[in-house]
Design a protein around this ligand. Sequence first.
Ligand SMILES: C[S@@+](CC[C@H](N)C(=O)[O-])C[C@H]1O[C@@H](n2cnc3c(N)ncnc32)[C@H](O)[C@@H]1O
Length: 267
Amino acid sequence: MAPSSVPIHGNYHGYYAKRPSVNDPRLELLPSSTFSDKRVLDVGCNEGWVSCEIAQSHGASKVVGVDIDDTLVRGAWRRRRTVWSAQGPPQGSDTAPDATGTSRKRKRVDSVGEADYFPASCAHSLGPLPIPLSNPQLFPHNVSFRTADWVNEPIPEDEGGYDVVLAFSITKWIHLNGGDAALKAFFSRVAAVLPPGGQFIVEPQAWETYRKAKRMDRRLRDMAQGLKLRPEDFPRLLASIGFGEPVRLGSVGDGGFHRPVDLYTRV
Ligand SMILES: C[S@@+](CC[C@H](N)C(=O)[O-])C[C@H]1O[C@@H](n2cnc3c(N)ncnc32)[C@H](O)[C@@H]1O
């Protein structure tokens, strides 16, 4: 992406200084098993805070974060290292004897150390911890990042497909940059990488919020004039592409970040 001083893709730097980002409240709306052993694509991952949280604390087997802005993607790799450096030692192995002396399978979370165990000052003063070779399905090996305009450029990981695709606070930016056609292309690409039963989790921005974005840039303003689709049309559009009725999981976030989170299932 050509560097621009105006974040016309919603490619805000320092985004997670503005919205609560550790124990992200949007993730707390989801059923607890949403990411367990799942392959997840986080479209518009920004600096990777949500991707890292899903990979570390929600049991995903693989998380791929993709963002159009390479500087943000480099920040996401740094975030992965920071989160790893704050993680505590593993609390147990995958199998451990119970009181009867028989081995039983422990919940995998036990073999991942506690998040935020070491204070951030440790990595700050001593440098980040090295990442040892270990289970590829455990944090931090289970999360990686790519730079791409995912609406128009496939990434190698797409070939294997995903079980869950996340689109938090990105539909407005795809819509304003590429019009109704880009939004349809985006939803069709999501349908193409999900098997039946796969889940698409969307946090759409309300139409009223497009107004401020249009003021950012003349091209966005011109594009906005030709838009026919509205966020209220997304369920109908997604139904025509192969998704069931959405389940509205709730709305969270403070001030301008108060938005709904919708869950669609691929039929
Ligand atoms: C407002 S931020 C939301 C970040 C994150 N999803 C969250 O809600 O915590 C939108 C992100 O989408 C990215 N983005 C916009 N259009 C994109 C595209 N076509 N492909 C990949 N990333 C895109 C931006 O660079 C930005 O980081």
